[in-house]
Design a protein around this ligand. Structure first.
Ligand code: MG
Length: 250
């Protein structure tokens, strides 16, 4: 007998669809298209140096949680500033080139969105089993709705909650409470599933849900992470495999 909860809240990006994973690889690949421009125009900068500067700029940019909550609703604008910030770290300024590179990255990412292979089957099976399902995603309404439409996901969910429409995003407690209320489900009877340890494990656990971490590449918990997921899954279909709910990783 599979142990399933009354309700499951799912993250969207990098959980149900592959969206932003592996930024080091993605930036390296994008910037290699600009190799000649960069090496000719940004003094002393090879592709790897520009990539590392952009990644450092992104880390600094997204660290400020209040600012991040605003910029999540304008990813295109945020990305332009991140690339400008990367150039600045190399002592360089070229806002036109920064914008072109940032927008090319946005376009490349959108073209590469892909559904996790077992997403439809898993969601359909959960639904048939009577589990109430919510999609709880951060980001702008139109952007997230376009992904939901593109991958035909709306039909599986009793409730879809997008930061840009709801007015608040993960990890604000009201986000989870509102979704649970919409599903008519108490926190102890619900799981939250996603790839972000803070948003989909730590905060949901604090509110009484089980936090299930999706780790498709088998990276394991980051060194020094205090997060203790109730369960770590490498495939969405693992949710359908029985697991002893009383064992929490210590
Ligand atoms: Mg995610």
């Amino acid at each position: 007998m599979i142990h399933l909860p009354a309700a499951i809240l799912f993250d969207l990006d990098d959980t149900i669809i592959r969206a932003y994973a592996k930024p080091v690889e993605a930036w390296g690949r994008l910037l290699s298209r600009y190799r000649e421009t960069l090496e000719g125009g940004v003094p002393g900068a090879d592709v790897e140096a520009v990539r590392d500067a952009i990644l450092a700029s992104a880390n600094a940019f997204w660290k400020d949680q209040a600012a991040a909550a605003r910029w999540r609703l304008d990813i295109v604008g945020a990305r332009r500033l991140v690339v400008q910030g990367g150039f600045a770290r190399l002592g360089h300024r070229d806002d036109d080139l920064a914008t072109r590179i940032a927008d090319a990255f946005t376009e490349m990412r959108q073209a590469e969105y892909a559904l996790c292979p077992d997403a439809h089957d898993t969601l359909a099976t959960l639904r048939r089993a009577g589990v109430r399902l919510a999609l709880v995603t951060n980001g702008r309404g139109e952007v997230q709705r376009a992904k939901i439409e593109r991958f035909d996901l709306a039909r599986y969910f009793d409730h879809v909650q997008i930061e840009g429409e709801f007015g608040r995003g993960k990890p604000e407690p009201d986000v989870y409470r509102h979704a649970l209320g919409k599903l008519g489900c108490a926190a102890p009877d619900a799981w939250m599933v996603g790839d972000n340890l803070e948003w989909e494990v730590v905060t949901p656990q604090r509110l009484g849900l089980r936090g299930i971490w999706y780790d498709p590449d088998g990276d394991g918990l980051p060194a020094g992470s205090g997060a203790r997921p109730d369960r770590i899954i490498a495939r969405l279909a693992d949710l359908l495999i029985d697991d002893n709910p009383s064992t929490r990783a210590e």
